[in-house]
Design a protein. Structure first.
Length: 461
């Protein structure tokens, strides 16, 4: 990759793509890219000196990128094959690498700490990065979310050869990586449009474990239904929140609204660790992160400080607004297992209170494959407002819509609603705890809902 001086990103506004774009930009290289939608993230990239184009026509590509052969094109799988700019670069024999291939090259020249899992990988990756970065060990990190502690998804260190990377299972992207150490948080089947069936999905995770370099380590949550394939000299560790393993949490308790637990390692016990983000959902992810940091030399005192100072990730179980009358939370949960964990954590935080969930299904294929599972978890709310499916990269599938989920939800209070009509609908309701869930563009509604709740509260004073 060193022979290229210009990098053009197709899908630069994606959370994973933007981290790599920022990396090359900090190296003093020329960076630009296309994304179909202008967002806060693309505005941030522009402010950092990265040109972002929202027009897909070939002529919109800056001439010095379009005509120079020392331009590398970085591609996200979300870009369709018939995209005009992609077709141009292919027809003119530009070097085109997938995002995962670029990250794979980075793991070959550094010690990659790669975190895989159907759910939990972004939170676990970010906690690991924070624990390492604030310690004497330090690290680099390409994250799948915006870390609240740093307001970015990219961390850089001149002192460390460790690089924390979220290992994405979509399109088998994580097979491009060469991990030094890895975490597998979960392997619940997903992306069946790519894998075909659950067995192929799990086999993909097993192949990922075979890529860990000799002398490295795998940290895997207990009970995961895969059989790791480890090279010689790779150590296997297990972890859990309360199901045993080499690393675990014990004596989990709530003290004045804060979660405390004892962290147990194979050789020592660290008592009374305070979790900076007080949600039960984060205990297990913190155990995995602390295990990885501990194996890489982070001290007991640094672990304590790091886990207590971690302030979360944008759109990962965030409390957006809180008053005496209403609590508003927002979460990226878009898989049934994620909804299960998130709703359980909300129940533990606010026992006895009415929980209204606003859920935007993500992808037609995921809705088709898991409609019953989604309905089961959403039925654990007190009230459901279901938005239309966010298609992302997919075309509609006949017979698949949000009603496929709604019809199986066992709640009296359930409503199908468009994004445009959500605020008027909320104005008619008595809200107690409200939560938005989803991985699509529901995040655009978050500031609007916050403003609505704030004004509603002020108008009743």
């Amino acid at each position: 990759m060193n022979k290229f001086t210009r990098y053009y990103f197709l899908g630069v506004g994606g959370i994973g793509m933007s981290a790599i774009a920022r990396y090359f930009n900090t190296k003093g290289l020329k960076v630009a890219g296309y994304d179909k939608t202008a967002t806060k993230l693309t505005a941030d990239l522009t402010a950092e000196g990265i040109m972002v184009i929202t027009n897909q026509e070939v002529e919109s590509i800056p001439a010095d990128y379009r005509l120079a052969k020392n331009t590398m094109v970085v591609l996200t799988p979300a870009i369709p094959n018939d995209h005009p700019q992609l077709k141009y670069f292919r027809e003119n024999n530009f070097t085109i690498l997938k995002r995962a291939q670029v990250l794979g090259e980075l793991t070959k020249t550094s010690k990659g700490i790669c975190i895989a899992g159907t759910h939990g990988k972004t939170t676990t990756s970010t906690i690991i990065a924070h624990l390492l970065y604030q310690s004497q060990v330090s690290c680099n990190a390409f994250l799948g979310g915006i870390a609240n502690n740093y307001k970015t998804n990219l961390l850089l260190s001149k002192e460390s050869n460790l690089v924390v990377i979220e290992a994405d299972e979509y399109d088998r992207s994580f097979h491009q990586l060469s991990p030094y150490m890895a975490v597998v948080t979960s392997a619940d089947p997903d992306h069946l449009d790519i894998y075909g069936n659950a067995d192929a999905f799990r086999e993909s995770f097993e192949h990922f474990t075979s890529l860990i370099r000799p002398g490295g380590a795998l940290i895997m949550r207990t009970g995961i239904d895969i059989k790791p394939i480890l090279q010689k000299g790779v150590k296997l560790y297990t972890y859990s929140m309360n199901d045993g393993g080499d690393f675990t949490a014990e004596n989990i308790r709530t003290v004045k609204g804060e979660i405390h637990f004892d962290f147990v390692t194979p050789t020592e016990r660290i008592n009374d660790v305070r979790l900076g983000v007080p949600a039960l959902i984060n205990v297990e992810n913190s155990v995995a992160a602390m295990a990885m940091a501990w194996l890489n030399g982070v001290t007991v005192d640094e672990l304590r400080v790091g886990i207590s100072s971690f302030s979360g990730i944008y759109r990962r179980f965030n409390t957006v607004y809180k008053s005496d009358k209403v609590v508003y939370m927002d979460d990226y949960a878009h898989h049934p297992s994620e909804l299960k964990a998130s709703i359980a954590s909300i129940r533990s935080l606010y026992p006895g209170r009415k929980i209204t969930g606003v859920f935007q299904p993500h992808l037609y294929s995921r809705t088709r494959d898991f409609a019953n599972e989604f309905a089961t978890e959403l039925s654990k709310l007190d009230e459901l407002i279901l938005l239309d499916i966010y298609p992302a990269r997919e075309q509609p599938i006949k017979g698949v819509d949000a009603e496929l989920i709604l019809n199986s939800v066992k709640l009296e209070q359930k409503t199908l609603c468009s994004s445009e009509n959500l605020l008027p609908l909320l104005a008619e309701k008595q809200l107690d705890v409200i939560v938005t869930f989803g991985a699509g563009d529901i995040d655009k509604l978050v500031p609007k809902i916050k403003d609505f709740l704030k004004k509603k509260g002020e108008s009743t004073n």
